[in-house]
Write a protein of this length. Structure first.
Length: 103
């Protein structure tokens, strides 16, 4: 087993673990905006780690180029989609939870 394979396994495992932890964060957050933030950050970071691990594992070939194009597409579209969702929710009247309600 080479060092590149070990690094790629670690990246894939770390990315999958980050996605699972982010999923737990989505369930624990109190409102739409914090859930959206947790989902978008973890989606981008976890996917990036998994794809970089797959690129290292496959070596330099056509598969790596395709994975790189997928990575670039995700890095551009995921934050833009999260921003569009947050802006449309705010425009639609969804209010963020700002703190504890005073009695």
């Amino acid at each position: 087993m080479s060092l590149i394979n070990i690094i790629s396994y670690l990246l894939i495992f770390t990315g999958a673990l980050a996605i699972i932890v982010g999923l737990l964060g989505v369930f624990r957050m109190p409102d739409f905006f914090t859930r959206l933030h947790a989902a978008s950050v973890i989606d981008t970071m976890g996917t990036m780690l998994v794809l970089v691990g797959l690129m290292l594992y496959s070596g330099f070939n056509l598969v790596t180029v395709k994975l790189l194009l997928i990575l670039i597409f995700i890095l551009i579209t995921a934050p833009a989609a999260a921003h569009a969702l947050a802006k449309s929710a705010l425009h639609g009247g969804v209010k963020p939870v700002l703190g504890k309600e005073e009695q």
